[in-house]
Design a binder for this molecule. Structure first.
Ligand SMILES: N[C@@H](CCC(=O)N[C@@H](CS)C(=O)NCC(=O)O)C(=O)O
Length: 230
């Protein structure tokens, strides 16, 4: 039995979707984030108090990609890991790391510029715009990378697709709209049409809270870009 520590509509959605897709038995423990009063069991696993985190017997693990990989490789029937003897292995490794290091960095800035420049809204606004410029080239790169799709690894669906789509459902991370990237939009639609993914997405939307800021207060009205529109 896995225990997933999650916050609604966060990076935990990816790990949650992979768990659901494998059919593995699991429970979700909803925890608060951005608080001085972190759930002790969760904090013991996740040193920064970030979701997702996972307990599996005596094993604990944090980081979305690591959790997705850990769960998927324990459930080979789900076929979500591209193995080393498969032709798409290099693409799998490339996108797995690209999404975690290059995409996620700027996604996090879009939601939490105040972490970097607390109490300096003007600098936060400039930082958001600069980061959005980087996201624009990241989205172009991904759109181009899906040329031989529909998945990141061609016809081969893998955890990489979940790692992308479960954050691509956030409109804030697109310089314009997901619809402006037809291959990306198609991938989002294909994954959300899967019953396992739809169940997880609906669960998170049902639990959904306003995006939460680093000072613990809930944001209003599209925190992220809208909050900084002129
Ligand atoms: N690199 C981490 C990032 C996780 C992350 O930042 N999660 C956010 C929610 S989407 C969080 O828990 N933030 C709370 C905090 O930074 O204190 C991962 O992919 O697991």
């Amino acid at each position: 039995m896995y225990t997933l520590f999650a916050y609604p509509n966060s990076y935990a959605m990816t790990a949650h979707a992979v768990l659901e897709e494998t059919g593995a038995p699991y429970e979700v423990k909803w925890v608060q984030i951005f608080t001085d009063d972190l759930d002790p069991e969760f904090h013991a696993i996740s040193p920064h108090g970030r979701v997702p985190a996972l307990r599996h017997g005596d094993t604990t693990i944090f980081e979305t990609g690591a959790i997705a990989y850990y769960v998927a490789e324990r459930h080979p029937d789900a076929n979500l890991i591209v193995e080393k003897d498969e032709p798409q292995r290099a693409a799998f490794l490339q996108w797995f790391h690209y999404l975690a290091t290059t995409l996620q960095t700027d996604v996090m800035i879009q939601f939490h510029p105040e972490i970097y420049f607390p109490n300096d809204v003007d600098t936060q606004k400039r930082f958001l715009q600069a980061s959005l410029g980087r996201l624009s080239s990241v989205m172009e790169t991904i759109e181009q990378g899906l040329e031989n799709g529909p998945y990141f690894c061609g016809e081969r669906r893998s955890i990489v697709d979940y790692l992308f789509v479960m954050q691509a459902v956030w409109p804030e991370i697109f310089p314009t709209r997901a619809e402006d990237y037809p291959r990306i939009k198609n991938l989002i639609d294909m994954l959300l049409a899967r019953p396992a993914v739809a169940r997880v997405y609906d669960t998170h939307m049902g639990e959904k809270k306003s995006p939460i800021k680093a000072d613990g207060t809930e944001a209003t009205g599209g925190y992220g870009l809208d909050a900084f529109k002129d």
